[in-house]
Design a protein around this ligand. Structure first.
Ligand code: SF4
Ligand code: SF4
Length: 324
């Protein structure tokens, strides 16, 4: 089993397009499971032409607690509403005190001040939904959708990857399309992956984000490869990104030109290689995906060549008020 995480550090650079093309291409010869690890804004199913209502399996996901007022016991003293640090408690049109499940952090400060025993209880919050379906491209897609205001997105991504491993076998390639940024979802996407594929576009923001997410991959001792999307928007910066790849022992998978076919294919809810197979972007993406196939064919030697020599230490950024 090989798990590859596709990450970019920055949103909107074409990561899900690259992930989908890799999954579709590899699935022609191998057993593939795709994981959409962006639980805040899942979109891989849309790129693969699936509508929200077509999931074969769905399961509620809960990993946190929220407070709830037992109306029969509440004496409407207002103490909880005054003390809630998150302003999660309000009075509804019927005069009842109610707690917003979206805002409540489950700290239970309200229950400590409540004069009536048992008037405020804790209950499981619906944190999100895990779901799975079989795509028409011959591989299952595991996805998740976080409920508004719920934390622990990284834990939900870990659950998705665990589900993928449960149905995988030794020959399976798990393609994880991670979220943007380097937050907990991305950390969970990269943690345990055998390789990272980093997608960048030639903009200063994307190049900077690429370096940050590459640091994370090095922390996990992952060999990494790079794809430049929309490379012709700024060919000079593209060359700088290529130079960064050479200097930092990143494999270079290829460059995809800017092409209207990609947003048009998204509007059609089709992968670009299906909607516009003769477009320049489709051909370039296919070459990238085939290059990933060659990496898997020569996995051991590729892994040894591109594996970081030592792990990047974890350096937390500590922000202090001025004068400290
Ligand atoms: S548990 Fe905390 S956040 Fe939730 S309503 Fe009570 S005081 Fe507010
Ligand atoms: S503190 Fe307790 S009794 Fe008072 S309004 Fe809140 S839930 Fe009701």
């Amino acid at each position: 089993m090989i798990e590859m995480a596709i990450a970019s550090g920055k949103g909107g650079v074409g990561k899900s397009t690259v992930s989908s093309t890799i999954a579709i291409t590899l699935a022609k010869k191998r057993k593939v499971i795709a994981v959409d690890a962006d639980a805040d804004a899942p979109n891989m199913h849309l790129i693969l032409g699936m509508r929200e209502s077509k999931w074969e399996w769905e399961e509620p996901y809960s990993d946190s607690m929220v407070a709830k007022i037992v109306q029969a016991k509440c004496i409407k003293c207002d103490e909880c509403r005054k003390i809630c640090p998150y302003r999660a408690i309000s009075i509804d049109p019927q005069g009842n005190y109610v707690i917003s499940q979206v805002i409540c952090e489950g700290c239970l400060t309200c229950s400590l001040i409540c004069p009536v025993k048992g008037a405020i209880v804790r209950e499981q919050a619906l944190s999100g939904i895990m779901r799975m379906t079989h795509t028409k491209y011959g591989f299952p897609l595991i996805s998740a959708r976080l409920s508004p205001g719920r934390p622990n997105t990284g834990k939900l991504v870990t659950e998705e990857k665990t589900k993928a491993k449960e149905i995988a076998d030794q020959e399976t390639v798990i393609v994880v399309d991670s979220a943007a940024g380097i937050g907990c979802q991305v950390v969970s996407s990269l943690a345990g992956a055998n390789m990272a594929i980093l997608v960048a576009e030639p903009t200063p923001a994307s190049f900077n984000a690429l370096k940050r997410v590459h640091t994370l991959a090095k922390h996990f001792m992952q060999p990494a490869a790079i794809v430049i999307n929309k490379w012709d928007m700024n060919s000079q910066l593209s060359e700088e990104i290529e130079a960064y790849a050479r200097e930092n022992n990143l494999d270079f998978l290829g460059k995809v030109p800017y092409d209207d076919s990609i947003p048009k294919s998204m509007a059609l809810m089709k992968p670009v290689m299906e909607a516009f197979p003769d477009s320049s972007s489709s051909k370039a993406l296919l070459e990238v995906a085939e290059r990933v196939g060659s990496i898997l064919d020569n996995w051991r030697s590729w892994f040894m060549r591109y594996r970081p020599k030592k792990p990047e230490p974890y350096k937390p950024v500590i922000i202090k008020p001025e004068g400290f």
